[in-house]
Design a protein around this ligand. Structure first.
Ligand code: SF4
Length: 400
């Protein structure tokens, strides 16, 4: 049975009700268990669970240290392209947004990656909008092949594919696949995705399974908090993780915790998730899934990120840019608009235009980041908190 079938049969309504109305006693009982059910998880994320946050935080901290030690894994996103055929209301790359676009050449990808390597990173997340013309499967394979020798960890966050299309990417050296469901609420999903192949909710929901079948050894999932009720999303992603742990058990699983950030198009979040809610969710996920990696990106401000490290986060991005060419200015001279899949050169003298090689502007980013510290500053902070920043956590020689 695929996760779609299991998801459709989940008693989501009653679980959400529990997450809204559980009493303190129910939370305590759930917290005391060694193996938690989805109903227990719903108790932990309830308002009553929020009253016990300090207690939950101590348990979560201890569980994280026991399973992961005092380490934080670091990774960097490398945006290959901001071209996209989809319209997602909350994303700056939406095809109808008149933004500055570019797709990096292989040399430019290498240039960006080398800059990140120079900072110490060995885990790379290649990100691209979904556009078969500019971001073809062959292009992705070539990017991976060009980076593989220098990068022991290469994950992908790109448009979903068939398992057969993923296989050449795994063979080229990609080992991780990240796919955010964005929202597990079908109605909100339909409202948010107004055009493009991404409208297919079920196809996206089954993507991690197809990735696993293709041989990815790391899988990352998540909703994007700010679209539907956060407790509904949290229960859904917990159910998804539970399914993947049972059915894709050879892969390492991570859950990310992204909240919506300002972006081109100026979409406003539809729902609110407070900092305290986020902290409660970190603890609840850790108690439910002691071995799953929890990922926190630069979407969150520095102070909050620092505070969440001891609670259960195990992986962070740092010094990130969300625009292609953001680390070195690569591709600047090719920046353009895209209309109906066609490149439209910037008009000479337009506000974005500047002479070749010397353009003042970069391509447009996917969203604004909140933690603007450099990777070295983040690594230093991790050390000050008594943790070890880990830049490299895998080597192909281990399985050779
Ligand atoms: S969220 Fe992804 S698919 Fe949607 S517009 Fe942005 S880049 Fe494209």
């Amino acid at each position: 049975m695929s996760f779609v079938a299991e998801f459709n049969s989940l008693p989501l309504e009653s679980l959400v009700k529990r997450s809204q109305s559980a009493g303190v006693q129910a939370v305590r009982e759930s917290m005391a268990k060694t193996k938690l059910s989805l109903a227990d998880f719903a108790h932990l994320i309830s308002p009553a669970g929020g009253e016990l946050l300090e207690h939950m935080g101590r348990r979560s901290h201890a569980a994280t240290q026991q399973r992961f030690g005092k380490v934080i894994r670091l990774f960097a996103p490398l945006y290959l392209s901001n071209e996209c055929v989809n319209n997602c209301k909350y994303c700056g790359f939406s095809r109808d947004n008149s933004i500055l676009r570019v797709t990096l050449s292989l040399d430019e990808v290498k240039q960006e990656a080398d800059a990140l390597r120079g900072q110490g990173f060995r885990n790379l997340l290649l990100v691209a909008g979904e556009h078969p013309k500019f971001v073809s499967n062959n292009y992705l394979r070539d990017c991976i092949a060009v980076l593989h020798r220098d990068w022991p960890g290469i994950s992908l966050e790109v448009g979903p594919m068939e398992a057969a299309d993923y296989r050449p990417l795994v063979e080229a050296g990609a080992d991780g696949l990240v796919v955010y469901q964005e929202t597990y609420d079908r109605k909100v999903y339909a409202d948010m995705h107004t055009a493009g192949p991404k409208r297919n909710f079920d196809w996206r929901l089954e993507t991690p399974e197809r990735g696993y079948a293709a041989g990815f050894r790391r899988l990352g999932i998540s909703p994007l908090y700010g679209l539907a009720d956060w407790r509904y999303e949290a229960i859904s992603v917990a159910a998804h993780a539970d399914y993947l742990l049972r059915n894709c058990w050879k892969a390492q699983l991570t859950i990310s915790l992204p909240r919506l950030r300002p972006c081109a198009g100026e979409f406003q979040p539809l729902t609110h998730m407070s900092d305290r809610d986020l902290a409660q969710l970190v603890c609840a996920l850790r108690l439910m899934f002691p071995d799953i990696g929890l990922v926190l990106s630069t979407r969150e401000p520095a102070k909050l990120r620092d505070g969440l490290i001891p609670l259960g986060v195990t992986m962070m991005s740092a010094g990130s840019h969300t625009e292609p060419g953001g680390y070195t200015g690569a591709g600047k001279e090719k920046i353009h608009h895209t209309e109906r899949g066609r490149i439209v050169e910037l008009a000479s003298g337009a506000s974005e235009w500047a002479p070749q090689q010397n353009r003042a502007t970069n391509a447009t980013g996917q969203f604004n980041i909140a933690d603007e510290r450099s990777s070295q500053e983040v690594a230093e902070l991790i050390r000050r908190l008594g943790y070890e920043p880990v830049w490299k956590d895998w080597d192909a020689a281990l399985t050779a």
